[in-house]
Design a protein around this ligand. Structure first.
Ligand code: RP5
Length: 210
């Protein structure tokens, strides 16, 4: 099985389904280190933040819908083949009765990071508890509910990969430095907010043409 994969290039998602055969084989020679899986296409809104963050860090990854409940055989196949295909970390996002991260972790020794997707009924609390409350013996590194969790799953994946891949560790270091610089560049949010209010008021009025 060669799973579908996608890359982010210059902010655009490129899917293997949209590539020619030769472009596909060229692209797939860049082996993904991270597999992002999710229980449903409806999880993409959340999980794309993990993909975008990996892209920012220049980490090759693949994305795929794998449902613990609707496609259990595919889930087993994915988890069992992940290590041999060269993946080093799996990020699994799911909502509701979120069995995907735990079941994936049960079929591979690769680190699995779980992202609880915000559910409609219980705002993701169900997802969070389903992912975090694993029995002793099969760990899932559980992140926060929603977008923050998806971003942090990617950053944590980068930190794990950084132990082996020096260039990823340095990319993560740069990411942190630029994040810090951005916060320090706006020390007083009230001034930033005020200037955006004052600017339009003080803008000189145009003279009416005669
Ligand atoms: C879970 O059920 C998925 O991870 C998703 O968050 C949730 C709802 O799925 P859909 O009904 O939107 O496909 O398995």
């Amino acid at each position: 099985m060669r799973p579908a994969f996608s890359f982010w290039r210059e902010g655009k998602r490129i899917d293997s389904a949209d590539m020619t055969d030769s472009a596909q084989s060229k692209a797939s020679s860049v082996k993904p280190l991270v597999g992002i899986i999710m229980g449903s296409t409806s999880d993409w809104e959340t999980m794309e933040h993990a993909a975008k963050t990996l892209e920012q860090l220049g980490i090759a990854h693949e994305t795929r819908v794998v449902s613990a409940h609707r496609t259990p055989d595919l889930l087993f196949e994915y988890a069992l083949s992940a290590e041999q295909r060269g993946l080093e970390v799996i990020i699994a996002g799911a909502g509701g009765a979120a069995h995907l991260p735990g079941m994936t972790a049960s079929k591979t020794v690769l680190p699995v990071l779980g992202v609880p997707v915000e559910s409609k009924a219980l705002k993701g609390l169900d997802s969070l508890l389903s992912i975090a409350q694993m029995p002793g013996g099969i760990p899932v590194g559980t992140l926060a509910i929603g977008k923050a969790g998806a971003i942090n799953a990617a950053l944590l994946a980068a930190a794990i990969l950084g132990n082996k891949h020096a260039e990823i560790r340095e990319a993560l270091r740069k990411f942190r430095q630029s994040q810090t610089a951005k916060v320090l560049a706006t020390p007083d949010p009230s001034k930033a907010a005020l200037s955006s209010v004052i600017a339009p008021i003080t803008k000189p009025k145009r003279k009416k043409r005669a």
